[in-house]
Design a protein around this ligand. Sequence first.
Ligand SMILES: [Zn+2]
Length: 83
Amino acid sequence: MRRLLAALTLCLSLVCPVALPIRAQQETADQQGLKTQTVYITREGKKYHLDGCRYLRTSKIAISLKDAKAKGFTACKVCHPPD
Ligand SMILES: [Zn+2]
């Protein structure tokens, strides 16, 4: 039992200085941030817009690009959001 503990401690001390797990988590978060783009829809329209588009004067509802497309919204021809 004592031997196992010693082996485990040795293992941990070898892995610890590298601190790889923390780095991996940060990279994953960055990649998700790039994929989730926010666009805006209006209450009545069927288009999604970029922030600042003139069509957003009446109503402006934030939604992810992925969700907007999944709900059948299409890209606005005035502000040219990504599609
Ligand atoms: Zn627009």
